[in-house]
Design a protein around this ligand. Structure first.
Ligand code: AP5
Length: 209
């Protein structure tokens, strides 16, 4: 089993690219953010622990995240590897991951901080299928999402105050992972400040290296 990691700041486009890379590679997307939001909605113990951290833009404790991943990786669709989106986010998470599955590529989507707030504050998604859109950069078609179950959804943590905390957490706790993975020779950076299709093309090239 071998897996890939989509890495980058909040709003870099990890979820947007994951939808496309999933189609191209057949690897299922494993988004810790989506898993935590589902846990909060379901009112599970994990969700109750995670809620306050997420609302304030802080990282959820490593032990909670690592337990989630250990369980997820045992599911049948993960047998041939997965595409992690938003995990790992700390060196202890990356060390735990190394003991769970082998990672062949870490794709870092690089976007300057000044672009992040406008991307996140304009984001919405389809509650039916999870597809991600943007008020200006990637609006949904006039009849709604083509999944047929269109319902607009916005995230509680997509506001300017929380985005700044999330960016702070990224720079302090997550960005050191770039050097950690660079030293392992599996790190590939792509310029994420371009059209969505161009970025997808670069990611697919990087995955063949
Ligand atoms: P999570 O859900 O993972 O959020 P995030 O990392 O902050 O990333 P986002 O989902 O906000 O952004 P994205 O990179 O997927 O961008 P998107 O494609 O949507 O985590 C949420 C919280 O959960 C964390 O704050 C933390 O509390 C907790 N958490 C999760 N994982 C954790 C972990 N491992 N450890 C600890 N805590 C954890 O794009 C954004 C917008 O931009 C969209 O509107 C999109 O349409 C638009 N867009 C995308 N690409 C482009 C482009 N090229 N040009 C213009 N617009 C674009």
């Amino acid at each position: 089993m071998s897996s890939i990691v989509l890495f980058g700041p909040p709003g870099a486009g990890k979820g947007t690219q994951a939808e496309r890379i999933m189609v191209a590679t057949g690897l299922p997307q494993v988004s810790t953010g989506d898993m935590l939001r589902a846990a909060v909605k379901a009112g599970t113990e994990t969700g109750m622990v995670a809620k306050g951290f997420m609302e304030s833009g802080q990282l959820v404790p490593d032990a909670v995240i690592i337990d989630l991943i250990k369980d997820r990786i045992l599911e049948p669709d993960a047998a041939n590897g997965v595409m992690f989106d938003g995990f790992p986010r700390t060196i202890p998470q990356a060390e735990a991951l190394a003991g769970i599955t082998s990672v062949t590529h870490v794709i870092a989507i690089e976007v300057p901080d000044e672009r992040i707030v406008e991307r996140i504050c304009g984001r919405y998604s389809c509650a039916g299928c999870g597809s991600v859109y943007h008020d200006t950069f990637n609006p949904v078609a006039s009849g709604g999402c083509n999944c047929g179950q269109w319902q607009e959804k916005r995230r509680a943590d997509d506001n300017e105050t929380t985005v700044n905390s999330r960016l702070g957490a990224y720079h302090e706790q997550t960005s050191p992972l770039a050097d950690w993975y660079r030293s392992k020779g599996i790190f590939h950076a792509v310029n994420g400040d371009r059209a969505i299709d161009e970025i997808t093309g670069d990611i697919l090239v990087a995955l063949n290296q």
